[in-house]
Design a binder for this molecule. Structure first.
Ligand code: ADP
Length: 401
């Protein structure tokens, strides 16, 4: 009797779940942006039986290979975003350069937008972002707004400093060090933030996931190593070899950030650990992020699956780290791709537990992210020794040019 009751209960649960999954298949979900992050998000959504639409202005962008519904259009254009989003159930992003006003209007008309347009609006402007974090008691590098190159001369007392374009900067393209008055003639001539120069010991990132009810799961901090000339992520290591108290503080700051944003979804919180031990939040990305690529192979739930789960209101996955990992970005120069890729590919693919992700971008400008390799291992020493060989090969490619 008891057995029969349990059987009926299980059957009922299966039916409920089947129905829910069936309903998921019918959901209309759109992503603004069609780059590699979008492509990895789409691939995890495909595993859930979802059909995703992409809005992207480059018709050969990485997402184009994975979706049937590809709209070629500018995610920054109000009318284009409104037309794309109307009729969708859910709209999300894979980059912040999107039209926030259109997203606000879509939200008013009943479309669910993740992250909220208000959050995207804050993140789009580096100064607004800094003010938001400061107001919420989260430590940031002190900085002031400057109107243009001329205005920099009013703040010579801050130099040397780090000058950042308020909007549209990414992968280090909107960042320059201004050492003295002599550098001002070459400085960005637009609205910027001038920050104090931090003596950085480590750059780290913590990805946090938060559901609609406010439950939070935090991924382990990763150590990010930047190419100093290009200011772009070169490789990253997880777990980061941080003192326990620094790692705990970093996770706490990331959690506090997600709560302050009242976020549903995931946010990458990039931080500096200064040589004096202080932690500063540098930048937020309320979406899947380069610093979470390793979660595909190293974690129970990848950042992409987690984002998919959260925007659909499904149970949050475990963020448990199962393996040590090193992730190496493959950056463009064209010479590297053409001549050295064959040999590098063979070495990468003959290395056990090295996973190649080639984004399939048609053309690349210098420094563009063309792919990445994630090496997973039982311990970080083994992962690093494999990474050294692979990275050396990739570096030879760069130097060939
Ligand atoms: P982006 O949005 O282009 O990634 P970031 O703000 O992350 O720009 O800056 C790029 C890099 O510049 C950082 O990873 C760091 O190496 C360096 N940097 C940024 N701000 C500072 C600072 N205040 N002091 C010293 N270095 C900095």
């Amino acid at each position: 009797m008891v057995l029969l009751f349990q059987f009926c209960l299980i059957k009922k649960l299966q039916l409920t779940n089947d129905k829910k999954l069936f309903m998921l298949e019918n959901l209309k979900i759109g992503i603004l942006g069609g780059g590699q992050l979008g492509a990895m998000l789409v691939r995890s959504a495909i595993d859930f039986g979802l059909d995703i639409a992409i809005l992207e202005k480059d018709s050969s962008a990485p997402c184009a290979r994975f979706v049937n519904k590809f709209t070629c259009g500018d995610p920054m254009d109000y009318e284009t975003v409104l037309a794309f989003g109307s009729g969708m159930d859910i709209v999300t992003i894979e980059k912040e350069a999107v039209n926030v006003n259109a997203l606000k209007d879509l939200e008013k008309s009943g479309v669910k937008v993740y992250p909220s347009p208000d959050i995207i609006g804050i993140i789009q402007d580096k100064y607004l972002q800094k003010k938001f974090l400061q107001t919420n008691g989260i430590p940031v590098v002190p900085g002031i707004p400057v109107l243009n190159r001329y205005d920099l001369r009013n703040h010579l007392n801050i130099l040397p400093g780090c000058l950042k374009k308020c909007t549209n900067g990414y992968d280090g393209k909107g960042v320059m060090i201004i050492r003295s008055e002599a550098d001002i003639d070459q400085a960005f001539d637009e609205s910027c933030v001038l920050e104090e120069l931090v003596d950085i010991k480590h750059e780290i990132s913590v990805i946090v996931s938060r559901n609609e009810s406010g439950a939070i799961e935090c991924y382990d901090p990763v150590l990010m190593v930047f190419n100093k000339d290009r200011m772009i992520l070169d490789f990253q290591i997880c777990p980061a070899n941080l003192d326990m108290d620094v790692a705990m503080e970093a996770c706490n700051l990331a959690i506090k950030t997600a709560q302050a944003l009242n976020l549903t979804g995931i946010v990458a919180v990039e931080m500096f650990v200064a040589t004096d031990g202080k932690l500063y939040v540098n930048e937020l990305a309320p979406r899947p992020h380069n610093s979470g690529h390793h979660t595909i192979e190293a974690s129970t739930t990848s950042q992409f699956e987690q984002q998919t789960r959260l925007i659909l209101g499904l149970p949050m996955g475990s963020t448990k780290l199962n393996k040590a990992s090193v992730m190496i970005n493959i950056l463009e120069p064209a010479a590297y791709r053409k001549s050295a890729m064959g040999d590098a590919l063979k070495t990468i693919l003959s290395t056990t537990d090295a996973h190649l992700h080639w984004y399939g971008k048609k053309d690349g400008t210098e420094g563009r992210k063309m792919g990445h390799v994630t090496i997973v291992e039982t311990n970080i020493e083994n992962a690093l020794s494999k990474a050294v060989i692979i990275r050396h090969l990739l570096k030879e490619g760069y130097e060939e040019k």
